[in-house]
Write a protein that binds this ligand. Structure first.
Ligand code: RRO
Length: 311
């Protein structure tokens, strides 16, 4: 029997697929749709301390090779997602989910994480270090000093299972520097990658989204090679206790197969989930299982990280 089950830390998932933060995760209703689908789990929209309306619309646009967005971190606020997750902890105790969060300042991030630490929540937490779309707020993970200082402070009080959502890096030296920092901390996972920040898509003579004069994060087919490179670069560099979640350019079971070959332990779907709806989880699971069966792999551990090189 071919299985696409996986695990992150001590948490088991019946399927390696899940949504990427930002898609099908703003409300309980959307999260319930993912929960009731073939996905192995879900992640919430990145929560700030208070709810946010986000940037003006149109702020997301499907394009032929992917998507562009400048949502601006719209979300219902931490308590909304935390309350729902605590409810699920009682009603579905065998399941584990991911709570995505970040503050608009280091102080707010600490306030949020201290609230989560003090709560009864026992699931996974994804700290989003890579939102490209809040005007005036650079992506945290492109500033290595800020990132290291933030994580140093976080781990003075935080004891739950924490991972970080990373932007794509594009230079080998940056992979080395980032991995050296992450290896200093008891992170459970890193998630590679968030959207490629600040692309520009033009239709006729006009930008495709309203905020930031059209600049926005790219997702979808455009970003798979960059995503795979980041997954594999961190797989090669991080200590084995830090697992990798692969996100970016997953439209098919073959795309997921490649993410897992590069070292991913879970595979998230963003743009194509937005385009296709939650039925995608059944399709890509069947496609991945067919590839595994053809190759004689019973579990994802049979090929995870085993990318072939030419030398
Ligand atoms: O809300 C957004 O604009 C957004 C976020 Br927080 C993120 O992490 N990635 C992205 O592409 N958009």
């Amino acid at each position: 029997m071919v299985s696409t089950a996986s695990h992150i830390g001590d948490f088991q998932f019946k399927n390696v697929f899940m949504n990427a933060a930002g898609v099908y995760c703003m409300t309980r209703e959307e999260l319930e749709t993912v929960r009731q689908s073939a996905a192995g789990t879900f992640v919430t929209k990145t929560a700030t301390l208070e709810s946010r309306a986000g940037n003006p619309e149109p702020r997301y646009h499907d394009v032929p090779l992917g998507s562009i967005n400048s949502m601006g971190l719209p979300n219902q606020g931490l308590d909304y997602y935390l309350d729902y997750l605590l409810e699920l902890q009682d009603t579905a105790p065998e399941d584990t989910f991911f709570l995505s969060l970040v503050g608009l300042s280091p102080d707010e991030t600490h306030t949020i994480l201290k609230k989560v630490e003090a709560s009864a929540y026992q699931g996974l937490i994804e700290l989003n270090l890579s939102c490209p779309n809040v005007p005036g707020k650079p992506q945290i993970a492109y500033d290595f000093e800020t990132t290291e200082n933030l994580l140093t402070e976080v781990f003075t009080y935080f004891t739950k299972s924490l991972g970080v959502k990373l932007p794509p890096y594009f230079d080998i030296v940056h992979f080395d520097q980032a991995a050296t920092i992450f290896n200093k901390f008891p992170l459970t996972f890193v998630n590679c990658v968030n959207s490629i920040g600040n692309g520009l898509y033009i239709e006729d003579e006009t930008v495709a989204i309203k905020p930031k004069q059209g600049f926005g994060g790219l997702g979808g087919q455009y970003i798979k090679p960059t995503a795979l490179a980041n997954v594999h670069a961190f797989y090669q560099r991080l200590k084995p206790e830090i697992q990798i979640i692969g996100t970016g350019g997953v439209l098919t079971g073959r795309d997921a197969f490649e993410h897992i070959l590069c070292g991913a332990s879970m595979v998230q779907i963003g743009t194509q989930l937005q385009k296709e709806g939650v039925g995608i989880f059944e399709r890509v699971t069947a496609e991945l299982k067919a590839i595994m069966a053809e190759k004689g792999y019973d579990s994802i551990e049979d090929f995870r990280g085993k990318l072939h090189y030419m030398d």
